[in-house]
Ligand binder design. Sequence first.
Ligand SMILES: Nc1ncnc2c1ncn2[C@@H]1O[C@H](COP(=O)(O)OP(=O)(O)O)[C@@H](O)[C@H]1O
Ligand SMILES: [Mg+2]
Length: 374
Amino acid sequence: MLRSASEWNSAWCGRPRNGGRLSMPYQRPFRSRTAILRSSGLTRLSPKALKTSPENLVGKTCYEVSHGSTEPVSGCPHVQTLKKGVPAEVEIHNAEMGTYTIVSTYPMFSPSGEVVASVHISQDITERKRMQEKLMVTDRLASVGELAAGIAHEINNPLTGVLGFSELVPSSDIPVAIRQDVETIHSEAQRAVDVVKNLLVFARRHNQSRQELSVNEVIDKVLALRAYEQKINNIVVVTDFAEDLPAITADYFQLQQVFLNIVINAEFFMSRAHGRGKLLISIRLVEEASAIRITFVDDVPGIAIDTLPRLFDPFFTTKDVGQGTGLGLSISHGIVQAHGGRIWAECEPGKGAAFFIELPLSTPSSSEVQYVVR
Ligand SMILES: Nc1ncnc2c1ncn2[C@@H]1O[C@H](COP(=O)(O)OP(=O)(O)O)[C@@H](O)[C@H]1O
Ligand SMILES: [Mg+2]
């Protein structure tokens, strides 16, 4: 009893900041089922996340449970605390479970002043980390957008000259070989103009033309536009649309652009991986968010987890040169954000790439949207 009281006292009085989840003495195995369940951190971790039952935890040390190791892992804060008698802290990323945890340890002293154990407080900071990552993406997109707008305007002027003059040349009397070269100059300049146009959509403040529309209908239209390409590329689309969804106020063409890009990306990566593909598209009302969620899941486990945060960066592409500009998702991100919504991607190991878009039922009016696509 006294020992338990001392553990809890050390855990809760000694911890330096903002609350922990779990306290337990180190180097002594877990004592009972109730002791484990009493500690909310472990309750969350076990038995599902630890892939075991509470009974299996009894009698084990924390390094066996958390790391599957027979001895303390390197950098273990408990070891430091036990050695030096001072608090220690470490941030742990568990890639398999996708969690981030801060583990803090505090020394427990015997009446004669020796360190007898370490108290462990584990704090799940996964949600905080996710928010930070999202903020970083938004911030980076905002600054790149501003830069891109300036550059796009500068590039547009000389491009107009190149286009205009290359259009004039072929009509004059010149050898065929040179004419072909000039035509190439012309078509490449036109390609550059298209890239700049896309960049401006991404970067520019512009007024949108919003109307009441049905998301189901926009997606249906997108699928109709892609039907032929999908047929010849063996792409099957399975739709699961909730019925009687409320209309939303949005810019039809901008939403079409967003959905088209995601569908075309999925088609591309599925065809490239196995010459066919199955794309699932579902539309649901998310009542707690007052939003409509559109989910696209393809059948290629193609996105490496470390590239996920970069997908929405301008010019990030894993397509070959000439096949992709890397602007589609960054433009989509801007459009969805301007509608007060959010867009994100997920990729669970072994499962296909999943893209999610949430559009709010009541969108801020255009005048309330100060920035638009950045
Ligand atoms: N369905 C998908 N499967 C795998 N990777 C994808 C998928 N959709 C997008 N990506 C990744 O995101 C990158 C950026 O996409 P996007 O901005 O549309 O540009 P682009 O299509 O020109 O490459 C792609 O090059 C690819 O790496
Ligand atoms: Mg694309």
